[in-house]
Design a protein around this ligand. Structure first.
Ligand code: ADP
Length: 197
């Protein structure tokens, strides 16, 4: 979006908050660990006095995007809207964490292009399909295999792996806490600024 020309800039907000806004964009197969990591990461950021917010399927798909399904076209529109909202929120100074499968590279890349360099942090929750399918915390893979869910990523719809993500988390090899620590370690040099009253 075109950011409104107001008196207060993103820099002003960062100086007040002691940190910049950023968009931590988790992508990966269903059950790769995006929501679990986002929940723990949000708590960790919060405890470090960093302003943050999680955008996920629950608070987006049922509201802003409730008119959309799971075709490639609707997924692209879903991701475009999330990108627009997340961009506004990061401009407002928040560290936004998103937990969408976002299977198409072009959709993710167009968000990257719209956002200031260093503010878009693509994090690939990398986990083999077999492991995701075994985890199946919501029973979705079982339903997809039974043909009860159409266009299911990894089964009947594609997932395009990021080519150059800022971070790769191998969620089948590292614990949730280790994955969160890897993100914290990556962002610490990017987001902190010296606080000014
Ligand atoms: P997604 O949001 O990607 O669909 P979820 O977070 O809902 O995935 O589910 C991931 C499942 O995998 C959870 O049951 C979680 O406890 C488990 N899990 C095991 N190891 C990890 C890890 N390192 N990171 C994230 N989740 C993990």
């Amino acid at each position: 979006p075109d950011v409104a020309k107001t008196k207060i800039t993103a820099d002003d907000r960062a100086l007040r908050n002691g940190h910049k806004g950023a968009l931590i964009w988790l992508t990966g197969l269903s059950a790769s660990g995006k929501s679990t990591i986002a929940t723990e990461l949000e708590a960790e950021l919060f405890h470090h006095h960093l302003n943050c917010y999680v955008l996920d399927g629950d608070n987006i798909r049922q509201g802003l995007c409730k008119d959309l399904g799971f075709s490639a076209k609707d997924r692209a529109e879903n991701i475009r809207r999330v990108g627009e909202v997340a961009h506004l929120m990061t401009d407002g100074g928040l560290i936004v964490i998103t937990t969408f499968i976002s299977p198409y590279r072009a959709d993710r890349d167009s968000i990257r292009k719209a956002i200031e360099p260093n503010e878009f942090i693509e994090v690939f929750a990398k986990c083999p399909l077999e492991v995701c399918e075994k985890r199946d915390p919501k029973g979705l893979y079982k339903k997809a295999r039974a043909g009860e869910i159409r266009d299911f990523t990894g089964i009947s719809a594609p997932y395009e792996e990021p080519l150059k993500p800022e971070l790769i988390l191998e969620t089948d090899k590292f614990s949730v806490a280790e994955c969160v620590a890897q993100i914290m370690d990556y962002i610490k040099d990017l987001i902190y600024v010296e606080k000014r009253a």
